[in-house]
Design a protein around this ligand. Structure first.
Ligand code: GLN
Ligand code: ZN
Length: 769
């Protein structure tokens, strides 16, 4: 294949790079600072070293223009809050006393003041700190960090491009500050915010920046007419400034849709578009608006959110088309590389064959450089890369791991009936009532009990060989005994075994399923200093043997009360892993669902009468664009039903969901056809009970009455109050009593009292029915 040579040589760039360092040095330094082990200067020094190392690495790989300002001690949205001076009133004193400690106070709170709220960054697993704004917010530009980091990169002799969250996205991600009317629209502050961005841009120009990148991922979501109008205004106004760098407006995570014509027309110099996955629709849309004559297009052709090698040939074809649509085409990843681990070379345990299919951040930058070279200098200059890439892609395609005939045949044979329970809900409910004999307002928990230091030590001892498998199992059994006996004494009706054996609710299953690959160093920032290691769905999924039956049966052998089996659902297994990019998500979900179905059936065969399949991520992987919701919900709910429909009517299927607004997915929750659902609700005072009722949700539900995100112990009276609220929406025959979520992050003393109060409250309300 040949491509015509770009008018201007294509440049290679990225929007951001993992911050943590090869051995999570940043986490250690920040936590060391919090604990008083190192001082502020040492933290600053480590941070600067990490930034310099990243830039050098990028430059050595051949990246022409490095990003600056993407580094963060905690979160880049919080950094933007500092840059625009939107410090919440309750944190102002701390920030004035000490900028660094004040910054961490906003991130984590202190004894006396609450932190900013944290929520997911679009549909990724990264969490940002939500700006709090109100009619009294006064913005003030603070370009210190941006200017200093830009200068650091320039001092290395590099071409650097500062990256900031754009004003529109910043306001759209914000929420009304505490005490401000809930219907306050942060977007009304645009007039006040734009002069502050003008100042930041002028300062960066003054420091020598030729280009500045403003990230506007909020524009890939469905936006109202007024919001699109605001986008037009922002970039007309900023574009109209005289003292400014060239502006590159970046979008990622999906297609721009109706915002594309707006930005294409705006007086800005460049646009960055995502061309991966569903964002590939940007290609036709760009052609339809006549391209970007006179502008720079940065083409995100390398998937910045997944771990697979790029199809270089396919990307070159896309890039070749794009050359005819813009003045200059540069090559990038689809989004910041923050969302992938650093380097797959560190993975010694992954089968070397599979390792060849993987590209973490370091390799992605090499792919970007290779593509830019192919685009500028002709594909024959990268012929060896292309040949090796083709061979790796072919090997992946032909591999027995990605094509297990037995798994494929079984998935293909699935019928509509397989994903339906044999009896309708009403008949099942009756059979379950007779079988389980539970009281009204039955009490239960969500699964995990405190993950104590002793449990973590037991796992560490096992890994280090200090204890053997039998020694480890003994410790887990001892813990299960304690958990069961506590629950019996407390008077809980449906018990759990406590999940002591699980390091993580996804990884635990991933480690036991064939087709999943775990990493040792594949850390990705979740929030602040918290990093996770998502497992990789690499091949066809099968279950060599039962995964949970041993522990659930052991727990059941200790009690006459029902012990709930506990599994992670197919959608959540996908959401918290890196997924395959070589087949539709729905196909992968179906394979996982079939493996879980076998587990559910095995649990039932082992006399488990209540089985919970958690789907906390059902809401969070909802696609960003509403037109894509129906397709997603169809495969997601089918996968859940497929995993849970192989059981008798008398076996009660529970599900659990948290951290979400459920209002817009009540129909999907209904479509799961679970017999009982537990939901997070304590903080919103049972709001979800009303939402279920308004929908006419016909099944049993347990809106959480104990907020497990805080060490606070709810009083019996408080739980009684919440239950009464719940009863106003859900009849007593269908209301369950449970906490918001699992108890793994809590301590035993507070858990004991809280659950005792919860049981006391259930009894008190029961007595009045
Ligand atoms: N069963 C899991 C637990 O109790 C559910 C966790 C979750 O919803 N995030 O920990
Ligand atoms: Zn939960």
């Amino acid at each position: 294949m040949t491509t015509k040579t770009a008018a201007a040589a294509a440049r290679a760039t990225v929007y951001g790079y993992p911050r943590q360092g090869p051995n999570r040095e940043l986490k250690k330094a920040v936590e060391g600072y919090w604990a008083g082990r190192i001082d502020a200067q040492a933290l600053r020094d480590t941070s600067a070293e990490l930034r310099l190392a990243n830039w050098r690495r990028l430059a050595e790989a051949g990246i022409h223009e490095v990003p600056t300002g993407d580094f963060s001690l905690y979160d880049h949205v919080l950094d933007t809050t500092v840059a625009v001076g939107a410090i919440p009133a309750r944190h102002r004193a701390a920030v004035e006393a000490d900028a660094l400690d004040g910054y961490f106070a906003m991130a984590r709170g202190t004894q006396d003041v609450a932190p900013l709220e944290m929520t997911k960054w679009f549909d990724t697993n990264y969490h940002y700190l939500v700006p709090e704004l109100g009619p009294d917010t006064v913005f003030e530009a603070n370009s210190t960090k941006q200017v200093a980091e830009f200068r650091e990169a320039v001092a290395l002799g590099l071409t650097a491009r500062p990256v900031l969250v754009g004003p529109l996205t910043y306001l759209l991600l914000a929420k009304p500050a505490p005490g401000v009317a809930a219907d306050f629209q942060p977007l009304t502050l645009l007039d006040r915010l734009l002069p502050v961005y003008a100042r930041l841009l002028a300062d960066l120009r003054g420091a020598g920046a030729e280009w500045v990148q403003l990230d506007e991922p909020a524009l890939v979501q469905d936006r109202s007419f007024a919001e699109l109008g605001a986008a037009a205004r922002v970039y007309r106004d900023l574009g109209g400034l005289t003292d400014r760098p060239k502006l590159l407006v970046a979008s990622y995570f999906d297609r721009l849709g109706e915002a594309l014509p707006t930005l294409a027309k705006a007086p800005i110099e460049g646009l960055a578009l995502d061309f991966t996955g569903s964002a590939a629709a940007n290609l036709d849309a760009l052609a339809a608006v006549g391209g970007l004559p006179g502008k720079r297009l940065v083409a995100g052709v390398v998937d910045g959110r997944n771990v697979w090698i790029n199809d270089l040939g396919k990307s070159l074809t896309t890039l070749g088309i794009l050359l005819g649509l813009a003045d200059r085409v540069d090559v990038a990843a689809s989004c910041s590389l923050l969302h992938v681990p650093l380097d797959a070379d560190a993975e010694r345990d992954i089968d070397p064959q599979i390792a060849r299919w993987l590209a973490f951040a370091r390799l992605k930058t090499e792919e970007i450089v290779t593509l830019a070279r192919g685009l500028s200098q002709g594909t024959d200059t990268i012929a060896t890369h292309l040949a090796a890439n083709r061979a790796d892609l072919a090997a992946r395609k032909a591999s027995a791991l990605t094509h297990d005939p037995a798994v494929r045949a079984r998935a293909a044979a699935v019928t509509e009936a397989d994903a339906r329970r044999g009896k309708p809900y009403a008949e099942r409910a009756e059979a379950q009532r007779a079988h389980l004999g539970l009281p009204l307002l039955p009490t239960t928990t969500i699964g995990s009990f405190p993950q104590t230091a002793e449990l973590r030590a037991a796992r560490a001892d096992l890994r280090a060989g200090r204890i053997d498998g039998a020694g480890y199992e003994e410790r887990i059994e001892a813990e299960i005994r304690d958990v069961i006996s506590f629950q019996e004494k407390a008077g809980i009706d449906v018990l759990v075994h406590g999940e002591a054996e699980r390091n993580d609710m996804v990884q635990y299953f991933a480690e036991q399923l064939t087709g999943y690959v775990a990493t040792r160093h594949g850390w990705v920032q979740s929030y602040g200093t918290r990093y996770v290691r998502p497992p990789i769905l690499a091949g066809d999924i099968s279950r060599p043997e039962p995964m949970t039956v041993r522990w659930t049966s052991f727990a059941q052998s200790l009690s006459d009360r029902p012990v709930k089996g506990m599994l992670t659902g197919p959608v959540t297994m996908l959401a918290w892993s890196f997924v395959r990019d070589d087949q539709p998500l729905g196909d992968t979900a179906r394979q996982v669902a079939l493996a879980l179905r076998d587990e559910v059936n095995d649990l039932e065969a082992a006399e488990t009468s209540v089985i919970q399949v958690d789907e906390p991520a059902l809401r969070e992987t909802l696609p960003l664009r509403a037109v894509d919701h129906a397709e997603y919900l169809a495969w997601a709910t089918e996968a859940f039903r497929l995993s849970t429909s192989g059981v008798r009517a008398a076996t009660q299927i529970h599900t659990h969901m948290c951290y979400a607004e459920f209002g817009d997915i009540v129909q999907a929750i209904d479509d799961l056809d679970a017999d009982v659902i537990s939901l997070e609700a304590a903080r919103s005072h049972m709001q979800v009970a009303g939402e279920l009722a308004a929908h006419g949700y016909p099944r049993e539900a347990g809106p959480g009455v104990y907020d497990i995100h805080s060490p606070r112990v709810p009083s019996t009276d408080e739980v009684v109050g919440l239950l009464r609220k719940g009863l106003a929406a859900i009849p007593a025959e269908r209301l369950w009593v449970n906490p918001d979520c699992g108890l793994k992050t809590r301590g035993w003393p507070e858990v004991r009292t809280s659950l005792e109060n919860l049981v006391a409250a259930a009894r008190e309300v029961r007595a009045t029915l």
